[in-house]
Structures are given as C-alpha cells and as structure tokens.
Design a protein around this ligand. Structure first.
Ligand code: FAD
Length: 290
C-alpha cells in the first residue's frame, strides 16, 4: 500500500515542515493522523511529512475566544473540559462522532478541515462558530475565515501552506443562548449523510436576535445557511417559523447522489436536521414554541 513512499519525515518545527514540503514539491504531502490519507490511496505521494511533533496539539480558551491546535485529535476535543463547555459542547459532540474510538484517537481537527470533505463533522460546527484558521506558508502567516477556506470538494485555498490552528471568536454575550449539532449517518461510526450545527440567541421577549446554521454533506463544501439565518432574525420561534426555516434550508443546499444516499433524500434531511437543531437551540435558550 505504501510502496510508493520513499521518505517519511518527522520535523519538529513548522518551519522545518514547510521547508520539507517545498523541497518535496508535488510529490510531498503533510500527514497528521493519516485517517483520510490512507483511504485516498494517492500514489503520486512519495514524501510524507508527519506534522504530529510540531507542538500543535492543544485546546486553549479565554474571554477573547478559543484556540485549537491543528494536530489536536478528535478524542482530545471530545474530552477537553474547554470544548465540552464551549457552545453547549457541540464541537466536542461533533468530534465524538468522527468514526470509531481508534479513529478518533489519531484523527485530527486540522486534517478534518484540510481534507475538505463536504461531510467533515467539525467543519459544520466551526462554520456555525465563525471560526478562522491560521495558516503558515513560507515566510508568512495568514488568517482565513473558515467560510473562505474551501474552494470545492476536497479543495482548499492552501498553497504549500500548513494549517496551524483554529481560532473561535468569543461567543455572543448575555443569556438565552442555545446550541445544537445533529448528524445523520448510516451507522454510529459512518461519515455524515447530512449534518447540521446551529446556535440561537433570544432576547427577553423571546425574539431571535442572533442565529447561525451550518450544514454539511449537502453541497460541494460545508456551508452556512445564511438565508435561513436571516429568515429567523427578529422573529419569535413558532412551529410555523420552524417549518419555514426547514424549507428555507432545503433551498440552500445542492446535494449529490452517491453510494450513501440520493440527492433528494439529502435535501429532505437538510430540512429535518435544520428543524431538529433549531428546536434544540430554542429549548436551551428558554424559548417556548408557540
Ligand atoms: C473509518 C473512518 C471513519 C471516519 N468517520 C468520520 C466521521 O464520522 N466524520 C468525519 O468528519 N470524518 C470521518 N473520517 C475521516 C477522518 O478521520 C477525518 O477527516 C480526520 O479528522 C482527518 O484527520 P487526519 O489527521 O487523519 O488527516 P490526514 O489523513 O493526516 O490528512 C488529511 C488531509 O489533510 C492534509 N492535512 C492534514 N493536516 C494538515 C494541516 N495541519 N495543514 C495542512 N494540511 C493538512 C493532509 O495533507 C491530507 O491531504 C473517518 C475516517 C475513517 C478512516
């Protein structure tokens, strides 16, 4: 399976990893947990650059926001006290659904984002949380909003760069917040047929003053359902509004059919998961559905 690999490098600094990547050219590939790399069976890779010793495994948080190193594993995110309490624990929940325990022990958040699968479970949550990624390239670092990071299925805007960390801005202040992560898969350990992440904030009168909804596996990239978010703003959450939000979400997606599900089923389930997610958010935010 790996007979085409000529060298396996284990750099200890980001600079060294970037130099190796540049030297290897189109035959070089960064690898973290390797859980996506191994199943892609890409025979053009001859030089593998292991990035798990760069000191990029951490979860930090303070009043200004949160930082998660790229090589932090799904298991670490699932169990970190910081991520378990951040945004109602939806990132920890998404991480806890990324395959089996064995997979989660080595799969990393950076790999989940950089692999750019439309179904990546942490991507939907991080989009809803308006995360940015810090990427390092030869001689410079830049911050990119996660919503601008994807350029297509399995494509990102990275150019010989390494994703160093994920930044999550401080959450809206004040009470009456609710969060939800929903996933539909064929089995407990399978990737998502559809996933949804949502956040809502209501004012004292129960009007929605802040709304975020992101959906995965229903378009070329994980996406923010911005029209659905706009539909919710300023309104009181009612059963009728939930139904309309579900319909709006179905209009925002452009799923494909594959071996896991048909496009029609995915579209229908986008509406169902959007409604489920918003209902859970509403309950947490103390909004009584009228
Ligand atoms: C059995 C199984 C079940 C799975 N279930 C799920 C699931 O339920 N949900 C889900 O979302 N995923 C799932 N996955 C996919 C996979 O485990 C995740 O996407 C994982 O997070 C990838 O991380 P990794 O560290 O293993 O990435 P790797 O395989 O090491 O890398 C993936 C790609 O990203 C690039 N890359 C990695 N890190 C960086 C970085 N820091 N900077 C730049 N490029 C980088 C690599 O070059 C490679 O192209 C599953 C995989 C398997 C094998």
């Amino acid at each position: 399976m790996f007979d085409h690999i000529e060298c396996f490098y284990r750099p200890t600094t980001v600079r060294e990893a970037l130099l190796l990547l540049r030297k290897a050219g189109k035959h070089g590939r960064l690898v973290a947990g390797g859980t996506d790399f191994v199943i892609q069976a890409d025979r053009s890779t001859r030089f593998l650059i292991d990035i798990t010793r760069l000191g990029l495994s951490y979860v930090r948080g303070n009043s200004r926001g949160y930082t998660i190193g790229a090589t932090t594993t799904m298991a670490a995110i699932e169990h970190s006290l910081i991520t378990r309490t951040l945004a109602g624990g939806i990132l920890a929940k998404a991480a806890s659904t990324c395959g089996s325990i064995q997979n989660r022990n080595i799969a990393t958040v950076g790999g989940n984002l950089a692999n750019a699968s439309p179904a990546a479970d942490t991507a939907a949550v991080l989009l809803a949380l308006e995360a940015q990624v810090v990427v390092a390239g030869p001689g410079r670092k830049r911050k990119i909003a996660l919503s601008d990071f994807y350029s297509g299925p399995h494509q990102t805007v990275l150019k010989g760069e390494l994703l160093e960390e994920v930044l999550i801005p401080a959450l809206p202040r004040g009470g009456r917040l609710g969060w939800s992560f929903q996933k539909l898969g064929r089995t407990e350990t399978d990737i998502s047929l559809v996933n949804a992440a949502a956040g809502l904030q209501a004012d004292a009168q129960g009007h929605i003053k802040w709304a975020r909804l992101a959906l995965g596996a229903v378009g070329p990239t994980p996406l923010r359902a911005r029209n659905t978010e706009a539909l919710l703003l300023g309104k009181t959450l009612t059963e009728d509004l939930l139904t309309r939000a579900g319909e709006a979400a179905m209009h925002e997606v452009s799923p494909i059919s594959d071996s896991r599900a048909s496009a029609e089923y995915r579209r229908e389930m986008s509406g169902v998961l959007a409604r489920r997610a918003l209902r859970e958010c509403a309950a947490q935010a103390g909004c009584k559905l009228l």
